[in-house]
Design a protein around this ligand. Structure first.
Ligand code: ZN
Length: 197
């Protein structure tokens, strides 16, 4: 596990349905993995990435609304708690675990997040706009919820052909051994949980 390189997993990879556990310690390896998450996110033009999406069972996610390494602000949210949802807003979302799939999702317009950064400092922010949306999308990942779960039946039906394709792709990757069995995945998640949670 030490020094292993991370990869973004695609729906319906089982780790996307795993409820992530609170992080109890931050070490050099975890800092390195968070850096690697930023690299992966930028390489795929993403603005947010949760630990589940790189096959880690930890309650942390990263955000940079600029999608670029030298622009915008990099946020790391460890053990986030959301509160004070207000209003409702519909907007189109995508997800690095669902390449090229986009769809409308309704979420609270305003949200407050409390979390810790990599230095162990408490962060508390009242969010609106894109940042509020991304934080709620990434937070969902930690509970094993993905954005298609929040689509209306009509929007979801439109996404269904793409979801069927993702199912077929994962099945093919499992046949080649590129994605291991559920037992092997569960064993790896348990090892990470033992180390950090
Ligand atoms: Zn996502």
């Amino acid at each position: 596990m030490e020094g292993s390189s991370l990869q973004i997993v695609h729906y319906p990879h089982p780790t996307l349905r795993h409820k992530a556990k609170p992080v109890r310690r931050v070490d050099a390896e975890l800092v390195r993995m968070v850096r690697e998450m930023f690299s992966l996110m930028y390489a795929h033009n993403g603005i947010g990435l949760a630990a589940n999406q790189v096959d880690l069972p930890l309650r942390l996610f990263i955000v940079n609304l600029s999608a670029k390494p030298d622009e915008g602000e990099e946020f790391v949210f460890i053990n986030p708690v959301l509160s004070k949802p207000k209003g409702n807003e519909e907007s189109e979302e995508g997800c690095l675990s669902f390449p090229e799939l986009f769809g409308l999702v309704t979420r609270p317009k305003l949200i407050t997040v409390q979390a810790y950064n990599l230095r162990g400092e408490e962060v508390r922010m009242s969010l609106s706009g894109m940042l509020a949306r991304v934080v709620q999308h990434e937070y969902d990942h930690l509970d094993g919820t993905v954005f298609v779960d929040r689509m209306t039946p009509t929007v979801r039906a439109k996404a269904q052909p793409a979801l069927d394709e993702f199912d077929l792709s994962l099945r093919a990757l499992r046949q080649t051994g590129a994605v291991p069995s559920d037992d092997v995945i569960a064993g790896r998640l348990a090892q990470w949980e033992q180390r950090y949670t």
